[in-house]
Structure formats: C-alpha cells, structure tokens
Design a protein around this ligand. Structure first.
Ligand code: HSE
Length: 407
C-alpha cells in the first residue's frame, strides 16, 4: 500500500481525497497497489467531516513520517508551498502539485532536487486543469521539436469572453455574474489581467524548449479593456475574441505572449467556449494536435493530480526525466513579432487618407450601430512598425490577430 499526504483541504484537496476514494479499486489496479490518504495538512479543522481524523497542522508531522511516499501540494501560492515541497523532497517524498505559481517560479529547481533524490516532482494539473498536456509534452511528443503552442488556458476569462460575445453583455456585468456563480474569484486580477495564463504558457514553454522562461518577461495583456464594440466588429468579420497564451520558435528565436486575440473560424481554438480550455500544439513531426477539456474545477483538476500520484507510485525509486533546466531561455522581443492587427479608428470609413498614409491599403469594416468610427485589418507587420504607425492615426483600440491555421 502506498500512503500519501495532501497539503491543503480546499477545493482541489478535497477533490483528490474524493477521487482516490470513489475510484479506489480501479486506481489500485492501475498503480499496482492501493493508495491511501494518511494525512491532510490544513490550518483549519473540519469537525464532523470524516477527514478530521487525518487533519494535521504541522508540516513536520508529514515530512518526518516514513510511511508517506508521496505528498500532494494543492495549497496554491508560492509560499509556504515552496518551503513545504522542498522539505518533502529533501525528506525523500515525491511531490505532485496543481500549483502553477509554484511551478512557474521554481519548476527547474524542484525538478533538479527530485532528480538528485531519485524522486519525482509532477505538475500535470498546473496547466489546463484536467487536460493532459504536461505528460504528452514530456512523453508522447518527445520525438518532436515543438514549433508552436497556443492555448486558451484560463476558464474564467474564456467564460467572460464567451458570454460577452453571445449575449452582448458588458465586461463588468459578466464578471459580476461569473463571481456570483463561483467561476471568478472575488479578486479576479490574476485571471482577468492574464497573469494566470501567462504562468501556464511559461511552464509549457520551459518544458517545450528545456530552459526556464521567466514569466515576468512574457508580454501580458488581460481582457479588462475588451468592449462590446470589439465583439460587434469581430462578429461582422466572422471572428471571436479569445485570451490566448502562445509561444513559438522561429529562426532560432522563441517568442511568447499572453493577450486577447481576434481569431477566425479556421482557427483550432475558435470553438473552445465557456469555462473550457483548449491547447493547440504544432510539432515538426506530428504536425497539429489539440487538447481540449475542463481547465479548472474540483474533480477535473483532482483527476490530473491523482494521475500524477499513480505515476509516482509506479515509478517509486526512479526519476522520470523531464528536460527543464535552470538555464534561462531568452525570449525574443515582442516588437519583432509579425502579425495582422484589427484597429478601431475615429472618423468616416470613406476618409481613409490618414490610415492609408500610415498603413497602406487596408481592409475596412463598419458596424451599423457604431457611428463616427470604423475598423480595419492591417497586413502582417511587426509590432514595432504597427506601434509606430498607430501614432499617426486616431486609434480607439486594437486587437492582435492570430492566424494560426491547421496545416
Ligand atoms: N483560475 C483558473 C481558471 C483556475 O479560471 O482557469 C485554473 O487554473
């Protein structure tokens, strides 16, 4: 029998206990032995809940317990999670976590420590919730060189954008509703400003290219400035607006960005709606692959965590290599990226002279309800040239366009 401890009895922690209990028999067959939760660390008590007899308040009771082989960290945040995970690895326990803040900040260091100790540090649930993406990248797709990863990796913002698009409600209205339904946090900053998705693409990019991406260096824009007017134009153009987190390799340079993008119906992520996540990946051998499903939520996230626990149990005494070194991956400047842009400008669509002077010939678009303005789509150009050109026009707003197409 393998015994594990769970750090944090919140949504995901209680989900892990539930998954291990509900699917105990089939999990035992797949792991080769039964898996039992011996201890649960939480600052709270849960009187009346059967978990209470397993609750401990001191991490050292877990770290010093020789019976515990695997520690599940689902507390969230960098500290004290980092200290606790390090202690667990140093004490000879493999660790599974859903904590993207921890993995984005300390992934390479914790992987190195696990390797040194012949243990495992696994974090499937840190990106895309229940969607398998870390293990495919580190297993099934190791024959490939990854050329591009593009994902809708945040359920909260995808829910908000989908609702705005379908119902014409404002960002503020939908955010309030999402908070009431429990999809969005009381403090939604990490989601709506793109920080959550930024950490997730930093993790995937680090695994794809084997070096550490500093997530703070990824150009990151959230969805707070997306307006109903943007959706009106998008609709007219047969497009939707999605918060994409993307990275790709071109001419030996790696680019990464998290930003709202306009995408059309040929884009693989066009139909990823509501709280669902989707990750599209291109490899130089496999071509295009898509991962789609529940990117958050108690049981989907717990399913990914427990999958890691089973893997740790199956690989007891053997480190599963993951190529992610502490060496820094220098990202190329966003200024150099080449793409098209959708731009809203003040004025009359017949009077294009300023726009033409700055951008040359462009494709214009108007929306009947929106007077005194029009939109246009630029040719592909660098971000730097785009920014220079926009200083010469009366721009209201702009959206990047992602024109990834299936091969
Ligand atoms: N806040 C995240 C989301 C949870 O909305 O996708 C999963 O990481």
């Amino acid at each position: 029998m393998a015994k594990i401890a769970v750090l944090g009895y919140g949504t995901v922690g209680s989900g892990v206990v539930e998954v291990l209990s509900d699917n105990a028999e089939s999990i035992a067959k797949k792991a080769g032995e039964t898996i039992e939760v011996k201890s649960v660390l939480d600052i709270r008590d849960f009187p009346g809940d059967p978990i209470q007899e397993k609750i401990v308040h001191d991490i050292d009771l877990i770290v010093n317990d020789d019976e515990i082989d695997v520690v599940v960290e689902v507390m969230g945040g960098v500290e004290p999670a980092f200290t606790f995970v390090k202690k667990a690895l140093e004490a000879g326990k493999s660790v599974c976590t859903s904590n993207k803040a921890l993995v984005a900040a300390h992934g390479a260091e914790l992987l190195a420590l696990a390797k040194e100790k012949n243990l495992n540090f696994m974090f499937e649930a840190s990106v895309g919730g229940g969607i398998p993406i870390i293990r495919p990248l580190n297993g099934s797709l190791t024959a490939d060189e990854v050329t591009k990863i593009t994902g809708i990796m945040n359920g909260t913002t995808n829910y908000i954008l989908t609702k705005m698009s379908r119902e014409g409600s404002s960002y503020e209205e939908v955010l309030k509703e999402a908070q009431e339904l429990g999809y969005a946090e009381r403090n939604p900053e990490a989601d709506v400003e793109g920080y959550d998705a930024c950490r997730k693409i930093a993790i995937l990019t680090s695994i794809a290219y084997g070096k550490t991406v500093n997530f703070e260096e990824i150009t990151t824009e959230g969805i707070t400035k997306i307006s109903n007017e943007d959706f009106m134009y998008a609709d007219k153009l047969g497009c939707v607006v999605k918060l994409l987190a993307t990275s790709y390799e071109k001419d030996g340079k790696v680019y990464a960005i998290t930003s709202p993008f306009m995408i059309n119906s040929t884009h693989p992520l066009y139909n990823v709606n509501g709280v669902l996540n989707g990750i599209h990946l291109n490899g130089n051998m496999v071509g295009d692959v898509m991962f789609f499903g529940a990117g958050a939520g108690k049981l989907p996230t717990a399913s990914a965590v427990v999958g890691d626990v089973v893997d740790c149990v199956k690989h007891k005494g053997k480190n599963v290599i993951m190529l992610w070194s502490a060496e820094k991956l220098e990202l190329a400047s966003t200024d150099e990226e080449v793409r098209s842009f959708f731009v809203r400008v003040k004025g009359n669509s017949e009077d294009l002279s300023e726009v033409k002077k700055a951008f040359g010939e462009v494709k214009t678009v108007t929306v009947d309800e929106l007077e005194g303005e029009f939109g246009f789509i630029t040719d592909k150009m660098t971000e730097k040239s785009f920014n220079e050109a926009t200083s010469k026009i009366n721009m209201i707003s702009r959206l990047r366009i992602d024109d990834t197409e299936l091969q």
